[in-house]
Design a protein around this ligand. Structure first.
Ligand SMILES: C[S@@+](CC[C@H](N)C(=O)[O-])C[C@H]1O[C@@H](n2cnc3c(N)ncnc32)[C@H](O)[C@@H]1O
Length: 247
């Protein structure tokens, strides 16, 4: 159907013209929308607590993943992580986990998940201290300790784990989804232990910067902060412990 603009009643012309301009503008805007905002792992909320900053610069979710993989897949580094670094890191992680046992946050019966575990030194440490039902997830699997999984979309059902440990909060492009997934897969009463940096530690693979524990308290929606202490954990300075509420 063709509309002859000349023949339209005078009163209708401004209306038709503004409708046409609005639709063109909307079409233009939709073409400008970055692809990553359409990714299924994006957040339900983009309002960030103060003291938590997402680093700009990723053109898409795929670009973020590719950046992370650049390091994780590096063959020379993988060789070092699985040989020279192995014993020292397993020993230090074991001390942290023994300490969690003493504080009754972890027991040999805890079904445990390490989030962002790379080659799985923390999983090996859990097993070393007697927590045998333990596994890690990372973008790159390292069987049998680490299976493939994106922490923005954990490959598990709800209410599975008694304990989740992670020292990679700073690698989350969507921290609210990172935390939401932990809360989803923890059992009610389950424990989440995060090692984070609050002192502006920079890593070019970090995707966010955290400046206080306040944002974590806001991101954990169905858990309460039960402990916080200073640590020296591979450049990370603070251990926070959250417990998922029972109801
Ligand atoms: C600093 S390393 C820490 C590795 C390990 N936790 C350790 O202490 O040795 C960060 C890890 O997070 C992983 N990672 C980054 N983004 C991820 C994502 N979206 N899902 C799962 N793992 C991710 C990287 O592949 C990398 O192995």
């Amino acid at each position: 159907m063709q509309i002859n603009f000349q023949k339209l009643p005078l009163a209708l012309k401004p209306f038709i013209l503004s409708l046409f301009l609005s639709l063109s503008f909307l079409a233009f805007l939709s073409l400008q929308t970055p692809r990553h905002s359409l990714h299924k792992t994006t957040a339900k909320s983009t309002v960030l607590p103060s003291n938590l900053r997402i680093r700009p610069g990723y053109s898409s979710y795929d670009a973020y993943i590719e950046h992370q993989l650049n390091k994780t897949l590096n063959p020379k580094l993988r060789q070092i992580w699985t040989t020279r670094d192995w014993n020292r890191k397993v020993r230090v992680f074991s001390e942290f986990f023994e300490n969690l046992k003493v504080r009754c946050f972890l027991s040999n019966d805890s079904k445990s998940l390490c989030v962002g575990a790379r080659v799985g030194q923390e999983v090996a440490a859990l097993k070393r201290v007697g927590v045998n039902d333990s596994v890690g997830i990372d973008l790159v699997p390292y069987p049998p300790l680490v299976i493939k999984g994106d922490f923005h979309h954990q490959p598990f059902d709800d209410n599975i784990f008694d304990l989740e440990f992670s020292n990679v909060f700073d690698h989350a492009l969507y921290p609210w989804t990172f935390v939401g997934e932990i809360e989803r897969t923890l059992k009610p009463g389950g424990i989440c232990v995060l090692h984070v940096s609050l002192s502006g530690r920079t890593d070019k693979y970090s995707a966010n910067d955290l400046y206080s524990v306040g944002p974590l308290k806001e991101l954990f929606k169905v858990s309460e902060l039960v402990e916080m202490r200073r640590i020296d954990g591979f450049g990370l300075d603070t251990e926070v412990v959250f417990r998922k509420k029972k109801k």
